[in-house]
Design a protein around this ligand. Sequence first.
Ligand code: SF4
Length: 426
Amino acid sequence: MNQPAAISDIPIETCVTPEQEHGERAVFCGLTSIIWLHRKIQDAFFLVVGSRTCAHLIQSAAGVMIFAEPRFATAVLQERDLAGLADCHEEIDRVVAQVLERRPQLRNLFLVSSCPSEVIKLDLENAAGRLNRQYGGRVRFFDYSGSGIETTFTQGEDSCLSRLVEHMPADDSNEPRLLIAGTLPDIVEDQFLRLFGDLGIGAVDFLPARSLDDLPPVGKQTRVLLAQPYLGQTARALIGRGASLVEAPYPLGAEGTLEWLRAAARTFAVDDDRFERVTAAPLARAQRAVALQRKRLEGKRIAFLPDSQLELPLARFLQRECGASLLEIGTPYFDRQSLAAELELLPAGIRIVEGQALNRQLDRVRAAQPDLTVCGLGIANPLEAEGLRTKWSIELMFSPIQGFEQAGDLAELFCRPLVRNERLAV
Ligand code: SF4
């Protein structure tokens, strides 16, 4: 089996230094990630410890996207000083008891902290420990931060998964296992499992798994392949437990998926003939599906404002597979370790901006008048009102976009605002 490339092996020309900007930000907070995490981890409940604002965010953001009884709630803590902290713990205990009474079958509960000052004063790790003792193992309690003080909304998942790494069982075997880290829709996960099986890579785990009872093992033989680019903290936690990171671009588009699979295949010494045989048909399907959309995107000038941390792989897909021209790639946080393979595929001299100074970025967008601006929800409507076409980056978090079978849909998502514009034009 091949060893994954060490980060120190990255060629010097890929060591891009992004421009830094600091100023006003406009991104959702990490609580937003509860929406896709609770859909994925089917036996977990998410209890936000926060304010009424947090409750509103979760209800309005998630409420329209679920069709079953939700597995999340908010313990609303009112303004109080340090002397009132005991009451806060009582409130958490009260809401936890209420949730468990209503759902006696519940086995796992996340306490999710937020950014109001009265929550910051609380030690939720301690609270989770206390509740674990109180419920004697019948229910497991975890904690993580979904606070808006972090960089952006996808960090909620990073924070959640890095916490789960602490609870993963140790793997002392000598057999290598592949660990796919990052939430993927079930349908995408099943497609990848079939492909890995056809490649002869049988020992494959996913983090998060669909059930917290199936937390995968981790150890020196774990090879981590990131499925999402915003998991720097989780990757470091896994490396801290002995795992090694497989360097790869992300499975977005035909090329990204092919290279992502190839990185796993090389790590597990799959021979080239078998790799070509297994990937040829789905690759051809993906290329045909993207080609159908390419005519609408070819030559279009696209700007990314920082929002989801998916910006670099998406920009790479649009430029290389759809023929788009990139004006600027804004990203809320630039994690060199997680993005190394993506940087090698981006055009030389591309402008990458880390962080956000909203007004300066909007000035640049207005001056450049891109054909499409990929941005946060709150910025999209004002830009649309100014006659610019936009794509909400958060929509990409709720759609299956990874893998060969979804490559055409991914391109089509970027075509939609352009098509709408053409239809509205008279
Ligand atoms: S965590 Fe902070 S940013 Fe997020 S909803 Fe609550 S108060 Fe607002």
